[in-house]
Design a protein around this ligand. Structure first.
Ligand code: ADP
Length: 264
C-alpha cells in the first residue's frame, strides 16, 4: 500500500501506535519527513531502508528517546493506545517502561545477571517482596530464552555473558517491567549467525504478547521475522504494508529498487 497521508497498517487490527505527520530535526536538518502510520498490537513491524534514512530516529520517537539527544526536535502526533505521548502530562519514565528498547550493541549494566533484570521492577515498585522479585526475574529470563543458561550463575556479572546472551539479557530487562511494546534497533547486527538466529526465534516467541518494532538493514531478517514492513528512504516513509506484499509486489518503484538491491 502506498502512503497517502494517514496510513493504516494493512486492513487493521488493533492499533498500538497511531502516528500522524511526524517530523524529526537535528538542528536544522530534517531526518524524518512527515511520517504517518499505524503500528499494530499483535504483529512484528519491521522498518527497513538504506543507512541514514531515518529508521532509528523514527523508532526513537515512539518512546521519546530523542528527548535525550541534544538538538533533536519532534513535531507531529504520536498516540499510544489513544494517548498523546508528547503531551506535557505524559510521564516519560513510565512511557519507557511501557515501551521498552533493545539497542544494537548489548548494553547490560555492569552488575549481576539478577540485578540487571531486577533493577527495573524494583524502581517501578512491581514486586512486593523478594520472592515476588525472584519470580519476575525468573519469568523474564525464561521469556527471553536465557533462564536455562543463566539460572546457576545469577550472581555473575551480566557483562561476562556472550554477546548473544547479553542481548537476551537486555530483552529480559525490558520484559521485566511488563512492557506493551518492545522496540529493537538492529538487535542482532553485532551478533554472530547462531546468536542472530536465536534472537529471531525469540522475536517469534514474543510476538502476540508484546507489540514488537524492529529496525533492520537486513532485508532477509525483516522478511523472516515481521508481518508488517515499512520502507523508509531519505527520511520519508515510502511504502508500508504486509511484509509478504512489500517483498513480492511492492507498489512503489523506489521500494522495488531497494528490495532488488539497486541501491542501499
Ligand atoms: P538509519 O537508522 O536509517 O540508519 P538514522 O535515524 O540513524 O538513520 O539517521 C537519519 C539521519 O539523521 C542521518 O542523516 C544521520 O546522520 C542523522 N542523525 C542521526 N542521529 C543524529 C544525531 N544524534 N545528531 C545529528 N544527526 C543525526
Amino acid at each position: 500500500m502506498a502512503i497517502d497521508g494517514a496510513a493504516p497498517c494493512g486492513g487493521l487490527e488493533d492499533v498500538k501506535f497511531r502516528v500522524r505527520g511526524v517530523n524529526v530535526y537535528y538542528g536544522d536538518k530534517k531526518a524524518v519527513d512527515n511520517v504517518s502510520l499505524d503500528i499494530p498490537t499483535e504483529f512484528v513491524t519491521a522498518f527497513i531502508g538504506p543507512s541514514g534514512c531515518g529508521k532509528s530516529t523514527f523508532l526513537r520517537t515512539l518512546n521519546r528517546m530523542n528527548d535525550t539527544i541534544p538538538g533533536a526536535r519532534v513535531e507531529g502526533r504520536i498516540e499510544l493506545d489513544g494517548e498523546d505521548i508528547y503531551s506535557s502530562s505524559m510521564d516519560v519514565v513510565q512511557l519507557r517502561a511501557r515501551v521498552g528498547m533493545v539497542f544494537q550493541k548489548p548494553n547490560p549494566f555492569p552488575k549481576s545477571i539478577y540485578e540487571n533484570v531486577a533493577y527495573g521492577p524494583r524502581i517501578h515498585g512491581l514486586a512486593r517482596d523478594k520472592t515476588a522479585l525472584d519470580e519476575i526475574v525468573e519469568r523474564s529470563l525464561q521469556r527471553a530464552g536465557l533462564w536455562e543458561e543463566a539460572k546457576d550463575r545469577l550472581n555473575e556479572s551480566g557483562t561476562a555473558l556472550s554477546g548473544g546472551q547479553q542481548q537476551r539479557l537486555c530483552i529480559a530487562r525490558a520484559i521485566a517491567v511488563d512492557p506493551e511494546v518492545i522496540l529493537m534497533d538492529e538487535p542482532a547486527s553485532a551478533l554472530d549467525p547462531i546468536a542472530t538466529a536465536r534472537i529471531e526465534e525469540l522475536i517469534h516467541e514474543l510476538r502476540g504478547r508484546y507489540a514488537i518494532v524492529i529496525v533492520t538493514h537486513n532485508m532477509q531478517q525483516a522478511a523472516r521475522v515481521s508481518q508488517r514492513t515499512a520502507f523508509f528512504h531519505l527520511g520519508e516513509l515510502v511504502e508500508y504494508g504486509e511484509t509478504s506484499d512489500i517483498f513480492t509486489r511492492p507498489q512503489v518503484p523506489r521500494t522495488q529498487d531497494y528490495i532488488t538491491g539497486r541501491y542501499g
